[in-house]
Design a protein around this ligand. Structure first.
Ligand code: HEC
Length: 147
């Protein structure tokens, strides 16, 4: 009897793993956790605070977005568009970063995850100390969303 028990448990475990593989990462789950999406898909390149890994850290990126966009929803919309298909024209943070690190590759995620992670990134800009100064002014001018 014990054997059957173990076998059943193994099948259940396999089933759950299969389901999770099928659902992630493109499924639009109700409200994905932005930080969890970041840890899985972004943290390999982006640290939150300096020093940088292989991309600019998130806190200064978030501050830059807050300077460029009057509302969170506009900033998140631009960031989502950028993550889906980065291009030099869309870069608002630091074009020199493209030369230094290379252009970010597109990240394949569902819209719910993209919005969650972009909203989370935006929220990381709340901390003081990343304003203009230490190079933040070297970006390009505003309004290049439609270029
Ligand atoms: C393979 C490495 C890599 C991964 C993974 C990655 N990025 Fe990036 N990212 C970069 C690099 C390099 C840059 C700087 C050059 C550029 O702007 O393309 C960048 C720039 C950015 C910018 C600034 C764009 C702008 O408007 O100037 C944002 C925002 C960003 N990443 C968010 C994310 C988020 C969110 C994720 C996860 C969903 C992510 N990145 C995953 C490498 C990465």
């Amino acid at each position: 009897m014990k054997h059957y028990h173990h076998l059943a448990a193994a099948f259940v475990a396999l089933g759950v793993t299969g389901l999770m593989t099928a659902l992630s990462p493109t499924a639009d789950a109700a409200t994905p956790d932005g930080k969890a999406v970041f840890d899985r898909n972004c943290s390999v390149c982006h640290s939150i605070m300096p020093p940088p890994k292989s991309a600019p850290p998130i806190a200064p990126i978030a501050s830059r977005y807050r300077q460029q966009f009057p509302t969170k929803s506009q900033g998140v919309a631009h960031m989502v568009a950028f993550i889906k298909s980065p291009s030099k024209q869309k870069v608002i943070v630091d074009r020199q970063a493209v030369d230094r690190f290379g252009l970010m590759p597109p990240i394949q995620l569902g819209n719910a995850e993209l919005n969650a992670v972009a909203g989370w990134v935006w929220d990381q800009g709340a901390a003081k100390g990343w304003g203009p100064g230490s190079g933040a002014g070297r970006g390009n001018s505003k309004g290049n969303c439609n270029q």
